[in-house]
Design a protein around this ligand. Structure first.
Ligand code: G3P
Ligand code: CA
Length: 299
């Protein structure tokens, strides 16, 4: 092979893992969740209006096997389930809780998922993953998180299978299948990412989330994660404490995604924007989860 062709080939190989991140990437964390109720269609639509490159759905599974977008494994923080289904609580360590997996999709669809944030969002519903795809497709990428898959596995609900089936039905299960809607899968669960790659032959980029390094050295952590993932996703505190993580990941041809930058008040907006600018410029991160996609620096 001529040298120029070889260089081109190597370059395209090295870019492949970064392909979904062709520029510093703005990921709407739970949608534009600083401004609208997290994981609702209004939050996802607002994220698109605010210029998000990717929109994040966290995934949970209903009793009848539907993927829904919700951060918690339980319904009480972000819906009115407590008032609507008072007798359906499950007691966990003396605390009443309403697990998603105890409710059918039809039941969950009766819940108000907006009033907890502000009355003006009353009657906003918990979206299915399919509704999320229909809302975002063609306008941004999608970065679903397999959330607590072990909770569902213990109940015979296979989150990874449901995820890959949904992506396949939408023809989004292969890298580059829809250039306007790249898909990356993220998880805190190493087992979930391994299962996606081995049992489901998933070729989509897989990103591993972590909120602590423990005693592990950055180079060692990256070497471990590259065995089952294509990118690292530390939280901001971990990355600030071990900035060499980014260099080590890039040396291993892995992407660096960081979470989460947010400004809940307008006075904090400048700080959030400056923080994102610093993460991109100084730490060379490839992508940032933010509750405020409108504050993502493009200069
Ligand atoms: O997935 C990235 C970030 O969202 C992880 O934190 O708890 O908001 O899902 P969490
Ligand atoms: Ca998440």
């Amino acid at each position: 092979m001529p040298v120029i062709a070889l260089v081109g080939c190597l370059l395209s190989m090295s870019q492949a893992a970064f392909a979904p991140y062709s520029r510093p990437t703005n990921i709407a964390h739970r949608g534009a969740s600083a401004y609208a109720p997290e994981h609702t269609l209004p939050a996802y639509r607002l994220a698109l209006e605010q210029g998000a490159d990717f929109v994040e759905p966290d995934l949970q599974v209903t009793r009848d096997g539907a993927l829904v977008c919700l951060h918690d494994t339980t319904l009480e923080r972000t819906t009115d389930v407590k008032a609507r289904f008072p007798s359906r609580a499950t007691m966990v360590k003396g605390r009443a809780t309403w697990p998603v997996a105890e409710f059918t999709l039809a039941e969950i669809k009766t819940l108000d998922a907006g009033s907890w944030l502000d009355g003006k969002w009353a009657d906003t519903r918990v979206p299915t993953f399919q509704e999320m795809i229909d809302t975002v497709r063609g306008k941004a990428g999608i970065i679903p998180e397999t959330k607590a898959p072990e909770v569902y596995g213990a109940r015979g609900l296979d989150m990874e299978k449901l995820l890959m089936e949904t992506l396949a039905r939408n023809r989004l299960d292969k890298p580059g299948a829809d250039p306007k809607t790249p898909v990356i899968i993220q998880s805190f669960s190493e087992a979930s990412l391994r299962k996606l790659r081995s049992d489901h032959a998933c070729k989509l980029p897989l990103v591993f989330l972590f909120g602590s390094l423990g005693r592990e050295k950055p180079a060692r952590a990256v070497d471990r994660i590259r065995r089952f993932g294509d990118g690292i996703a530390p939280n901001v505190q971990v990355l600030n404490g071990a900035p060499m993580l980014a260099d080590e990941a890039h040396k291993a041809n892995m992407s660096v995604t960081v979470w989460t930058v947010r400004a809940r008040t307008s006075t904090a907006a400048g700080e959030a924007r400056a923080e994102m600018r610093r993460l991109i410029r100084d730490l060379k991160v490839d992508a940032i989860f933010t509750d405020n996609p409108d504050l993502f620096p493009r200069d």
